[in-house]
Design a protein around this ligand. Structure first.
Ligand code: XIL
Length: 355
């Protein structure tokens, strides 16, 4: 069958999907921005938080474009765990309430992460069975509370050392065992919500091949030991200097295990303006090309492996990167601060709809 292209853009979109990234797509913005979620059957996600959602214009843009949300903060361990060990679900429940009212799917993050080591658990450090019991109780209670209400969970987040050379040390690994803490987390999560899709989530998998190898070896070992891992989350915090092809290659490697894939935290950093004198136009073109490649790699997966594609923030002003030193002016997302779609939006939209 001969494929018909209704426009030159469609033609380029299709042609480019076989080859290089779409420099042509970074051109003039159009007004008729289609909702991203209308372009594909795959769930389109966005991270969000209760503070941002108070702004009606923000909420409207989010709801127009996305079918799934990830709580940026509300379901993590620190906000849930009181210093005395009681669990506080106020923020998490409010978040779930917003999602329910607006019929959004929720991907929850994160159960076990080295960056959230609440004071209560620190106080149990070295206490053997007491620590293990508190860990078990946390996982069963939190996952059980949202059983049937979330689509999936990041069960273990960032288990590999930043540079990819080895596994990460944390309160969890030192008390429960280097890999046993992960085995236990998946076991309890599955027990508490048998239908939730359970993920192991990691970053820099496309930038650091060695980290990708360490991560995939870990996943294979855990699976061999019987871990109930349903999916791989690839955060996809990339930047405009990522070599072309890196995201494609990474997606192939990750997908080879046959698990579901979540592009879980996509943003494309422009890097530090003070160290890069390329024009903004050039940077936005590169940004579009990187985002396009990630979407292309995701859309090339078999439908059964496409869990979701999630942006880590809505408008540039919402990005977490601006909380980092030297990154206060980064613009890594698909919408400008006034809600207008960026070239990156159009690149993503074109690839989402081409097949
Ligand atoms: C970030 C949030 O976006 C920030 O608002 C918060 O201050 C810190 O956490 N990798 C992850 C996410 O797995 O959970 C992080 O989210 C961003 C990096």
């Amino acid at each position: 069958m001969i494929k018909k292209f209704s426009s030159r853009r469609d033609f380029f979109g299709a042609a480019l999907s076989l080859a290089a990234a779409p420099a042509a797509l970074a051109d003039a913005p159009r007004r008729d921005a289609p909702p991203l979620k209308s372009l594909t059957n795959a769930p389109m996600g966005c991270s969000t938080n209760l503070v941002a959602l108070k702004d009606p214009a923000y909420a409207a843009l989010l709801l127009r474009n996305f079918s799934q949300v990830t709580p940026e903060y509300e379901m993590k361990m620190n906000p849930i765990t009181h210093t005395d060990g009681r669990l506080n679900f106020t923020l998490a429940d409010n978040f779930m309430g917003f999602a329910r009212q607006n019929r959004l799917r929720v991907h929850a993050t994160t159960l076990v992460w080295y960056k959230h080591q609440p004071p209560y658990f620190m106080g149990l450090d070295g206490k053997g069975q007491v620590f293990a019991d508190a860990y078990r109780n946390y996982l069963l209670t939190v996952v059980g509370r949202y059983r049937g209400q979330v689509v999936g969970w990041d069960v273990v987040n960032e288990p590999v050392w930043t540079d990819g050379t080895r596994l990460r040390d944390s309160l969890w690994s030192s008390n429960l065992g280097a890999e046993d803490y992960m085995m236990l987390a998946f076991e309890y999560a599955k027990q508490a919500d048998p239908n939730a899709v359970l993920f192991i989530n990691e970053f820099d998998l496309e930038r650091l091949p060695r980290k990708r190898a360490t991560f995939l070896n870990l996943v294979e070992r855990l699976l061999k030991r019987g871990a109930k891992i349903d999916g791989i989350g690839t955060q996809s915090h990339v930047n405009i200097n990522l070599p072309q092809g890196a995201s494609t290659l990474t997606m192939r490697d990750l997908a080879a295990l046959g698990l579901k894939i979540h592009v879980s935290e996509l943003d494309v950093s422009l890097g530090r303006a003070d160290r890069d004198n390329r024009s903004m136009d050039d940077k936005l073109k590169l940004q579009s090309a990187k985002a396009w490649e990630v979407v292309d790699a995701f859309m090339n997966l078999p439908a059964s492996q496409r869990y979701a594609l999630t942006m880590w923030g809505l408008m540039d002003k919402n990005t977490w990167l601006r909380q980092l030193p030297g990154r206060e002016h980064d613009e890594p997302l698909a919408f400008y601060d006034d809600g207008q779609p960026k070239p990156m939006f159009w690149a993503m939209a074109d690839r989402l709809k081409t097949r």
